[in-house]
Design a protein around this ligand. Structure first.
Ligand SMILES: Cc1cc2nc3c(=O)[nH]c(=O)nc-3n(C[C@H](O)[C@H](O)[C@H](O)COP(=O)(O)OP(=O)(O)OC[C@H]3O[C@@H](n4cnc5c(N)ncnc54)[C@H](O)[C@@H]3O)c2cc1C
Length: 430
């Protein structure tokens, strides 16, 4: 889908519509000087801002819309460790030294998220009861066993639950087993992002919303970030815009392929229905190529998700698909009504590993989270903050800086992903 499809966006997002806190609102209307500027107010940007402000650095964050407008306010809310890739595949892609470093860095990232939530009293429905990666077939079971083995060989302690134990936790039919990863849990992601922003602001960060960077230029030894009504002049800049980058530095956009993930949620279900639906309250997703996710929220709403775009219309096809998925997977729950519908954009990097870019003269970017960005965005934001203030060297970063290189045949890759997802859902209907 072209990125301007956002103008047809359906964003009846559960996270937005159930948000209890009031989003920060503060338009930049001045020219201000700062040590470090951050562009983008998702997990990465707000986590970096928090770390910098706590270190006593003068930091200014500009966000185009509101904090959490991007992937951070639209995701499933699984505070997972690691990436979608298996650890051995990460080693193959970036070598053993960086592979090990990245693995340990991301294995502890859910700890960081849940500690920040506790430290800053962030009310975001946080649960840390483990996530379930469900095997939908014999092949899927082999795949999760392989993944669990690779994680545990690196010091992890994930469990593979058998069919009966998986059913007990989920009441979901047709799954043969799961990885139960106790490192992870679930959050209301928009509230988590809001909480990080407030923590950063309270620590002294300047946070501006509805202030898109429309130009980023280096002039007289400093970065000048223009917004519609103001300007930030900074020594260094961190671009934390992931799949939602707009207006500036289009070269970064070419380093990932946008892939959409859509979700629908019900009103709160009855206690009787909830006995038959994820009684362990775990966030789940499965081993299908076009994966499905199921979770509930603190009010007992069921949330289903899958890969693909529902920005275009009221998504009737997706609604009937979701009805069928619930009838097949949780037949005891009975028919449900989908009140919330929304989608978000994932930035799939060329090798599904995040991209760190050093663009020169103090301009940096982190993007390409490839669908795993709650814990990893929080951790990368923090570690980039440490790098910018010289607390760690480039060698101590969990990934090397990479040149800005466009994903080959990016439009075709995008079309291939979206068409594949739609065809798979059509097949599910048969
Ligand atoms: C539907 C969906 C489900 C997902 N599920 C999960 C999950 O369960 N677990 C998980 O770990 N990850 C998940 N992810 C991935 C995760 O949400 C993202 O990787 C993460 O939110 C990225 O955070 P970020 O801060 O880097 O970027 P974002 O949250 O996208 O923030 C970027 C911000 O930059 C702003 N911006 C862009 N251009 C400008 C500009 N010129 N000036 C100022 N601001 C600008 C945007 O408005 C946006 O707010 C999911 C993603 C999606 C879309």
């Amino acid at each position: 889908m072209p990125q301007n499809s956002m103008k047809h966006e359906i964003n009846k997002s559960l996270w937005k519509l159930s948000q209890k806190t009031t989003p920060l609102s503060n338009i930049l209307e001045d020219e201000i000087k700062t040590d470090i500027a951050i562009v983008g107010g998702g997990f990465t940007g707000t986590s970096a801002a928090l770390r910098l402000a706590e270190a006593g650095v003068d930091v200014t964050l500009v966000e185009a819309k509101y904090n959490g407008f991007g992937g951070s306010g639209r995701n499933v809310g699984l505070t997972n460790a690691g990436l979608w890739l298996n650890p051995d595949d990460i080693d193959k892609a970036i070598g053993k030294r960086y592979g090990d470093h990245l693995h340990h860095f991301l294995a502890s990232a859910p700890d960081l998220v849940h500690k920040l939530i506790e430290k800053h009293n962030i009310e975001c429905e946080a649960l840390r009861n483990g996530t379930l990666h469900l095997a939908h077939s014999e092949r899927g079971l082999k795949a999760i066993e392989k993944r669990a083995w690779q994680i545990n060989a690196r010091g992890g302690s994930v469990m593979v639950t058998d069919q009966a134990a998986t059913f007990k936790l989920t009441q979901a039919k047709n799954y043969l087993g799961a990885i139960h990863d106790m490192r992870a849990g679930t959050v209301q992601p928009l509230e988590y992002c809001h909480g990080l922003s407030v923590a950063a602001k309270n620590a002294g960060a300047n946070i501006y919303t509805r202030s898109p960077a429309t130009n980023v230029i280096h002039k007289d030894g400093k970065w000048h970030i223009k917004t519609p009504k103001g300007m930030v002049v900074a020594e260094q800049v961190l671009m934390a815009t992931n799949a939602y980058l707009e207006h500036v530095l289009p070269a970064i956009k070419s380093t990932y392929t946008p892939l959409y993930y859509c979700q629908m949620a019900t009103s709160p279900l009855t206690e009787e229905q909830l006995k038959n639906l994820l009684p362990g309250k775990n966030g789940t997703w499965d081993t299908r190529m076009v994966m499905r996710s199921y979770r509930t929220d603190a009010s007992g709403r069921l949330i289903i998700g899958t890969i693909g775009n529902i920005f275009k219309n009221e998504a009737p096809f997706l609604t009937s698909w979701a009805d069928k998925m619930i009838a097949d997977t949780f037949p005891q729950v009975g028919p449900v009504k989908w009140k919330y519908k929304w989608a978000g954009r994932i930035a799939c990097s060329k090798n599904h590993i995040p991209n760190l870019h050093d663009l020169g003269s103090g301009l940096y970017s982190v993007s390409g989270f490839s669908g795993r960005g709650i814990a990893s965005g929080t951790a990368f934001g923090r570690t980039m903050a440490d790098y910018l203030i010289g607390k760690i060297s480039a060698k101590e970063l969990p990934l090397p800086f990479m040149p800005v290189e466009a994903v080959p045949f990016n439009k075709i890759r995008e079309l291939f992903y979206e068409t594949g997802c739609q065809l798979s859902r059509a097949y599910d209907h048969i």
